[in-house]
Design a protein around this ligand. Structure first.
Ligand code: ATP
Ligand code: MG
Length: 330
């Protein structure tokens, strides 16, 4: 079976609707056809300097949400990035193959360093660690949102470069990006992607929010001064975003959806989207809270996943170290 692999950062208590529709739903689907590896990217989260106790709590919360969303730890390898020391080992080797200018062209670094207070070197080398996350498991497909396309391209380049220089060693991964749902936008600023680390909370649909709050956020989503409901990202980013959310959660083709809203107003669309979201998110929220009530069991699941992940990661790093000429320890 081909292997799929992906991760999310524990950078907030709750995942948001973009993480869910853009990635998690696809992770779950890929379990059917792929040997799946999914992880909580806690090392990546260190780039934004989290409080230690908060990071610990969010790491469990993020893992619980993967399971609540349908990741089955018996089928998939579910683990925490920092439990596998080999990620940082491979990252070092790859960073020595990455051009300084190449890393400097990563747009997420530019976006995030513009927002945060003084970027650190970790934020700069983040895409290299991400390449290690992927390449260390010989992943064939990487299901992510559109915002990760450039990072994935770097992973592919690094795998290819390594293989060209040291002989065939690493699998070159394919991006797996769902076209229609790959990018859910911020409700208040529909030209920006919905983000855990967004400046304001009002544009963010957090999966663990209580339903009343979610409804309120959707009803105050920014639209435009026209009245017509149609999918047109450039001219109508807000309305198009609401339509995307609806289409993704109900599985309705966009053409049908547009037809169904002919002659109706933005208020109708918002009301329906709110209903669809609350319906999807309510069981998810309940299941997450249940899982969080038993942290020992959650830790046991993560320890089991780490053991299975480590076996693969160790073999890759041994292979890589040998290829680049690092002397094995006797
Ligand atoms: P942060 O702001 O801390 O980077 P994030 O919201 O971007 O958080 P990540 O943990 O970086 O979330 O990404 C997890 C997954 O969710 C990735 O596959 C990413 O592509 C996807 N994703 C993130 N935001 C969106 C979005 N707005 N629409 C679709 N997919 C998204
Ligand atoms: Mg992100």
């Amino acid at each position: 079976q081909p292997r799929s692999l992906s991760g999310m950062q524990p950078t907030s208590d709750s995942l948001h609707l973009g993480n869910y529709i853009g990635a998690l739903v696809e992770w779950v689907r890929l379990q059917e056809t792929h040997d799946a590896f999914y992880f909580v990217a806690d090392l990546h989260a260190l780039t934004v300097s989290p409080d230690p106790a908060v990071l610990r709590e969010r790491t469990r919360l993020t893992a619980a949400q993967f399971i609540a969303g349908g990741v089955d730890p018996a089928r998939s390898v579910l683990f925490v990035q920092s439990h596998i020391a080999q990620h940082t080992e491979l990252s070092w080797v790859l960073s020595c193959l990455t051009g300084f200018g190449e890393a400097g062209r990563m747009t997420q670094f530019k976006d995030k360093s513009a927002k945060g207070a003084g970027p650190n070197v970790g934020l700069f080398t983040y895409p290299v660690l991400q390449a290690a996350d992927i390449l260390i498991y010989d992943a064939n497909v990487v299901p992510v949102g559109e915002d990760q396309r450039q990072h994935l391209e770097l992973s592919r380049d690094l795998a290819g470069r390594f293989n060209a220089r040291f002989g065939d060693t690493l699998v070159v991964p394919e991006p797996h990006i769902m076209k229609a749902t790959a990018k859910i936008q911020d409700l208040q600023d529909p030209t920006a992607k919905m983000s855990k680390s967004a400046a304001t909370d009002t544009g963010l649909i957090s999966l663990l929010d209580d339903p009343a709050r979610t409804v309120k956020k959707i009803k105050s989503a920014v639209t435009d001064t026209e009245r017509e409901i149609r999918f047109d990202v450039d001219a109508k980013p807000g309305v198009s975003n609401l339509l995307s959310i609806h289409a993704a959660l109900t599985g309705t083709p966009m053409i049908e959806l547009e037809a169904a809203y002919e002659g109706k107003g933005y208020g109708d669309l918002k009301k329906d989207v709110a209903e669809v979201v609350v319906e999807a998110v309510t069981p998810f929220r309940e299941r997450t809270l249940e899982l969080m009530a038993d942290p020992a069991e959650l830790d046991r699941i993560l320890a089991d996943g780490a053991e299975r992940a480590r076996a693969v990661a160790e073999a890759t790093v041994r292979r890589v170290y040998d290829r680049v000429g690092l002397l094995p320890s006797a």
